[in-house]
Design a binder for this molecule. Structure first.
Ligand code: NG1
Ligand code: ZN
Length: 533
């Protein structure tokens, strides 16, 4: 039962600033860290309720604003299998965060308990973590008050990456079951992933060193652990590791910087040699972008789409070699931001589905395939093996040594890949394992297909809610008439494609455009932006 006195006393310590409105969006709550105290307290309460609703299973809470600027912060909840919070509860989160007074808050809580049919006498268990943001420590203290207010048993996972937190949630909830996901500790996470990597690359020649841009964030610690564990199996050089320098996080570094500005982190401009491969993590290490300089020193990016292409073709190959092509199908999930050239390349080989932006949409669509590969162009993605596929891999009797080898590769991949969420470190090892197998350099990998030049711009509008989309966000249905004007413009560009959608994480409308030549992609993007404005 709830101790209402304790709850309201603690709530009074974390009152909501008047005039602020919060929204649990695709990335949870996200705004200036300084404005989030009341939100964190309430998220603690909600996480406790969510756990009770799930019969005391452990719920995760991650405090991070990912690739956003350092003064921002955010928070999101993780459901028992390590996946994103169920959509119906996003609305509860939003309502809870906007209650203006403690009295109102208590009413909202009572209402959620009733509507969601929560048995309040059940236990509540929550595990939480934060990234390296300076505002994180105080926000975690507010979260802890919220957990205390509902009597939740709390486990602090400290300062760690988003994917580690997701891993922990799944590992805790499957502990001592037949579905055990691994030991429920950070050590367990690294051992599982790195152990599988070692098996995958056994007997392969040592790769040339890999440069890892850690965005000056929490990924630094994770990459450092991987470097230590793998030693000479994968020589790694870490850059942008200034985790305690104020203002450094995501600044001129990291996966979002590289993807958005389509250039090298300036800190690498003197050191990266042509042909050397490097990659960037984002501020909470759930996104990954590779890049290199070609012979003429031109920057080349290997984004989420290229990772999907590399990984999916390897998996398809191994499924065939294992003699499982009739039993285990591989499918791809993308969003409208996938480069048109990647969609063309992939759809000539595999089923490809396009879904709305947001990891939960990609993840759910990927669950419908026996093996589902999903990546956002921005480098967030993973591979899901259905429970049935896992059983098939475990029980299949290979009839030749070659089949047996391929089968083992696939089994090791299920261990290497973080199947709860996109994971920069796990994805990095996945890419490295495939490159090692194919004896590919970055250049050869890049040669799978050539990206169409593209441009993404943001437009600040009075009300982004008037922009409504259909067809996996590829077409506008409102404001009326705007889509026809966009179509009319796009027709004039060779290989032209453009779409407009409201951001789920920022108060802007995004415009994406592709065309045969970069200046034309830029021009198309700005002309469409002109229509939106
Ligand atoms: P919005 O702001 O809705 O475009 C951005 C990314 C998404 C996803 C979310 C969550 C782009 C164009 N959009 O969403 O892919 O990563 O943030 O972090 O990259
Ligand atoms: Zn992130």
């Amino acid at each position: 039962t709830l101790e209402l006195n304790l709850l309201s006393n603690l709530a009074n310590k974390h009152s909501k600033p008047p005039y602020l409105r919060f929204q649990y969006g695709t990335a949870g709550f996200r705004t200036l860290g300084a404005n989030l105290d009341s939100v964190l307290f309430r998220v603690g309460v909600l996480a406790g309720l969510r756990s009770k609703k799930q019969d005391g299973k452990t719920i995760g809470v991650m405090v991070t604003a990912s690739h956003n600027p350092e003064p921002d912060n955010g928070v999101k909840l993780v459901d028992p299998r390590g996946e994103m919070l169920e959509a119906a509860w996003e609305a509860h989160a939003t309502t809870l965060s906007n209650a203006d007074t403690t009295e109102e808050l208590l009413e909202v809580i009572a209402n959620i308990i009733q509507v969601a049919k929560i048995d309040i006498s059940k236990p509540a268990r929550v595990v939480y973590a934060r990234d390296t943001r300076p505002s994180g420590e105080a926000l975690v203290a507010s979260l802890e008050d919220g957990l205390r207010a509902v009597g939740a048993e709390a486990r602090n996972a400290g300062v760690t990456t988003t994917p580690v937190l997701h891993y922990l949630v799944r590992a805790i909830n499957t502990k001592s079951t037949t579905e055990s996901y691994g030991e429920d500790s950070e050590d367990g996470y690294y051992e599982k992933m790195c152990g599988a990597y070692k098996k995958l690359v056994a007997n392969r020649p040592l790769p040339p060193p890999l440069i890892v841009d850690c965005a000056n964030g929490v990924g630094t610690f994770a990459a450092d652990r991987v470097k230590d564990i793998l030693g000479s199996t994968l020589p790694i050089t870490l850059v942008n590791t200034a985790t305690t320098t104020v203002g450094a996080l995501n600044n001129a570094s990291g996966a979002d910087f590289v993807k958005t500005s389509q250039r090298l982190p300036p800190s690498l401009s003197d050191t990266l040699k042509p042909g050397e491969r490097a990659c960037s993590l984002d501020g909470d290490a759930d996104r990954l972008i590779y890049f290199y300089l070609d012979e003429s020193g031109t920057f080349k990016m290997l984004d989420g789409d290229k990772i999907a292409a590399l990984v999916a073709s390897f998996i398809v190959e191994q499924v065939k070699l294992a003699g499982l092509e009739n039993k285990v199908r591989v499918g791809i999930v993308q969003t409208a931001y996938a480069n048109g050239a990647s969609t063309k390349y992939l759809s000539s080989r595999l089923p490809v589905k396009c879904v709305a932006t947001g990891v939960k949409h990609l993840h759910h669509a990927a669950e419908h395939y026996p093996i589902g590969v999903y990546f956002e162009a921005n480098g967030h993605g993973t591979v899901l093996f259905s429970p049935e596929t896992v059983r098939t891999l475990e029980t299949h009797q290979p009839s030749t040594p070659a089949q047996s080898t391929a089968l083992n590769y696939l089994i090791n991949l299920t261990q290497l890949i973080n199947q709860t969420v996109g994971d920069a470190l796990s994805d990095m090892l996945l890419v490295e394992a495939v490159l090692a197998h194919k004896s590919y350099s970055a250049v050869e990998w890049d040669g799978l297909y050539s990206d169409l030049p593209n441009r993404l711009v943001k437009v600040v509008v009075a009300d982004r809610n008037i922009f409504q989309t259909q067809d996996a966000e590829r077409r506008l249905v409102s404001p009326p008439g705007l889509q026809a004007k966009i179509d009319e413009l796009v027709r004039r560009y060779d290989a032209g494609r453009s779409f407009v959608r409201p951001s789920g994480t920022e108060d802007v409308v995004r415009v994406y455009a592709e065309a045969m030549l970069k200046p034309l992609a830029d021009e198309l993007a700005f002309r469409v932006a002109g229509l939106v404005y």
